[in-house]
Design a protein around this ligand. Structure first.
Ligand SMILES: CC(C)(COP(=O)(O)OP(=O)(O)OC[C@H]1O[C@@H](n2cnc3c(N)ncnc32)[C@H](O)[C@@H]1OP(=O)(O)O)[C@@H](O)C(=O)NCCC(=O)NCCS
Length: 159
């Protein structure tokens, strides 16, 4: 299957929340939080839709990158189960990295659950390195790993 990315708007809120509640059953964001994220001009949210079914949303990701600030954050990323391991997560991450760079960021940070090796593997493959651990950050039980990437020059990213 082939997907296309576009910038999300508030009109995508329901589709995003349908994935959010399914993919993060224990710690989903509320619709109000997600709406605020979609409205926030300091960030950009992307959604991925199948080329042959543009009304459907199969994945989303959000990056917070206030303009001319050296540091940006991956806020979230999720791909529906049926669409995983087709490169969608990587493409979303690379596009969010581009957006952070275009807005002037030099470093990109994220938090990931210690019990989520799949996501960690994706981030490491993009060059993210673990810089800290927040003990029992999720629901008072699961550690958060803080990861950082020094954003490469565009030519290096395309190599
Ligand atoms: C993490 C997630 C976004 C990855 O999305 P995806 O579209 O499946 O990722 P990709 O297909 O682009 O994977 C790229 C590479 O990352 C690594 N990777 C991704 N998922 C993996 C997994 N479950 N186990 C091991 N490696 C994995 C692999 O190296 C993979 O390359 P390969 O398929 O050629 O081996 C997706 O699994 C997801 O939505 N998970 C639930 C939500 C979540 O955990 N979000 C992250 C919160 S921090």
């Amino acid at each position: 299957m082939t997907w296309q990315l576009r910038t999300a708007t508030e009109a995508d809120l329901d589709a995003i929340m349908a994935i959010e509640t399914r993919v993060f059953p224990d710690d989903a964001w509320s619709a109000a939080t997600m709406r605020a994220e979609l409205r926030d001009g300091n960030g950009v949210y992307l959604v991925a839709s199948p080329v042959d079914d543009p009304a459907r949303v199969d994945a989303y990701g959000g990056v917070r990158a206030p303009r001319r600030q050296p540091q940006a954050d991956i806020q979230t990323i999720a791909v529906v189960e049926d669409a995983r391991r087709h490169g969608l997560g990587r493409v979303l991450m690379l596009r969010m990295l581009d957006i952070a760079r275009e807005r002037g960021a030099e470093e990109l940070f994220l938090e990931v659950r210690a019990d989520n090796p799949g996501a960690q593997s994706l981030y490491r493959s993009l060059g993210f390195e673990q810089i800290a651990v927040r003990p029992r950050y999720y629901n008072g039980t699961v550690d958060a790993l803080i990861m950082r990437l020094t954003i490469p020059e565009p030519t290096a990213a395309l190599a």
